[in-house]
Design a binder for this molecule. Structure first.
Ligand SMILES: Cc1cc2nc3c(=O)[nH]c(=O)nc-3n(C[C@H](O)[C@H](O)[C@H](O)COP(=O)(O)OP(=O)(O)OC[C@H]3O[C@@H](n4cnc5c(N)ncnc54)[C@H](O)[C@@H]3O)c2cc1C
Length: 395
């Protein structure tokens, strides 16, 4: 809180003049702070009389951390199907729950959800909270946020994970904000800190130049989103048993200010293809131009795969953005990723590091792509690839 030393305050008004939020006023010769103070500290820095100070609660929000327990995964369900990222998050959540010795709960919201909870249990959930309501048939930010917030307030999980999908990105920040919890978006790694059980949330920062690990020590729940295809689902185990709990939310939570008139699905063969194929042949600046990419197309065709690209290749106009892999492109995890003339910048690697096998072809033996490659070929793509294509053509 902002503290005012009334003895020291000289009522000069510098704080009032400089407060961007109109949160401090001088009344009867002394500063008075209002509710909208954001604790930005500007007035403290400017107060020559030393009458202002900020007292921070070192324990954070005063939240009793021991009241919050359990790992939750928001299991996204839309257009009659479970988003694959829900199962990937259960894989990560299972590990966290085991490390913490707490249950793993999936939260399933939508309409017509028969049988879906069993799939979540088979992929690692101990318990599924099912909110099956016609009002949830179409996604709206406000209703989904209110229902999830209501559940979190009631049950107090220590961790809430969600997919960084269009839906997750849309309503999870709203939930975090309502709960005054933090939110770490687009995590690439999640671990439990041994000393105190806090969630270590790792994600690229400063344009991907460093990996930052973010901890939320004093607030609950700890909330994070993870992009699709970054984590791995557990193999399905139909023999797993779990608890399925039907939840009836407060009717007020189901009232929306938004009316969805029509929901239209955008079809993009390119994008669907890259996330579904087993083999991806990717090219970077080293492919030199469209001709180089024609060679990659041929190779991908022979392998029954798709073609991807680094941002350098996309920015050069050799191939469309739908093919870009990396931080500002797609995340892919094929069985085989062949990186041709790609240096292996972190922003690219983030989008393909979950591939099972990576083959890199680069004429620079020190290129960072070799650090993550399963197999590396130091050579010129224009010498290596024609030979590979020729060999495959021969069958
Ligand atoms: C905020 C931000 C977001 C970004 N997002 C992405 C993203 O989503 N995806 C992405 O890819 N990048 C992204 N980038 C850009 C990234 O930092 C790199 O600049 C980019 O990945 C480099 O692409 P490249 O490897 O094709 O090119 P370069 O780094 O120029 O590498 C070309 C490689 O080709 C090799 N080579 C050249 N000629 C041949 C040859 N004849 N035979 C064999 N090898 C050859 C060279 O040795 C070199 O290693 C982002 C950057 C920022 C700052």
């Amino acid at each position: 809180m902002l503290k005012i030393d009334t003895e020291a305050c000289i009522g000069c008004g510098v704080c009032e003049d400089n407060c961007a939020f109109g949160a401090i006023k001088v009344e009867d010769g002394c500063a008075v702070v209002g509710d909208n103070c954001t604790l930005c500290g500007t007035c403290v820095d400017l107060c020559e009389a030393g009458a202002l100070s900020i007292e921070r609660d070192e324990s954070g929000s005063g939240v009793d951390l021991s009241e919050w327990s359990g790992i939750w995964v928001y299991a996204e369900f839309r257009h009659g199907r479970l988003a694959p990222v829900a199962l990937e998050l259960l894989g990560a959540g299972r590990r966290l729950a085991d490390d913490r010795g707490v249950p793993l709960t999936a939260v399933l919201m939508g309409s017509g959800l028969d049988g879906v909870a069993d799939t979540l249990i088979a992929h690692g959930a101990d318990r599924v909270l099912v909110v099956d309501r016609p009002e949830l048939a179409e996604f709206t930010d406000d209703v989904y946020a209110k229902v999830l917030e209501e559940l979190i307030r009631k049950e107090k999980p220590e961790v809430v994970l969600a997919g960084a999908t269009a839906i997750g990105r849309s309503f999870i920040p709203r939930v975090a904000n309502s709960l005054t919890a933090g939110l770490t978006a687009d995590c690439t790694g999640l671990e439990v800190r041994k000393e105190d059980g806090a969630l270590l949330q790792t994600r690229p920062a400063f344009g991907g130049n460093i990996m930052a690990t973010i901890v939320c020590p004093n607030h609950r729940p700890q909330m994070a989103t993870v992009r699709p295809l970054v984590m791995r689902p557990l193999p399905e185990d139909p023999s797993r048993r779990g608890e399925i709990v039907a939840v009836d939310p407060d009717p007020a939570s189901l009232e929306s200010r938004v009316k969805v008139r029509k929901s239209v699905r955008e079809e993009s063969a390119d994008m669907a293809n890259l996330q579904e194929v087993d083999v991806i042949v990717a090219g970077g600046r080293g492919m030199g131009g469209e001709k180089g990419f024609a060679m990659l197309n041929e190779l991908a065709g022979l392998l029954g795969g798709g073609v991807a690209a680094s941002r350098a290749a996309v920015d050069s106009g050799w191939i469309g953005y739908a093919h870009q892999v990396g931080q500002t492109g797609r995340t892919v995890s094929p069985k085989l990723y062949i990186a041709c003339g790609i240096s292996g910048a972190i922003q690219h690697v983030i989008g393909m590091q979950a591939s099972d096998t990576v083959i890199a072809i680069n004429r620079d033996g020190n290129a960072p792509i070799f650090d993550i490659a399963t197999y590396g070929v130091v050579g010129d793509v224009f010498e290596v690839l024609p030979k590979v294509i020729e060999r495959l053509r021969q069958g």
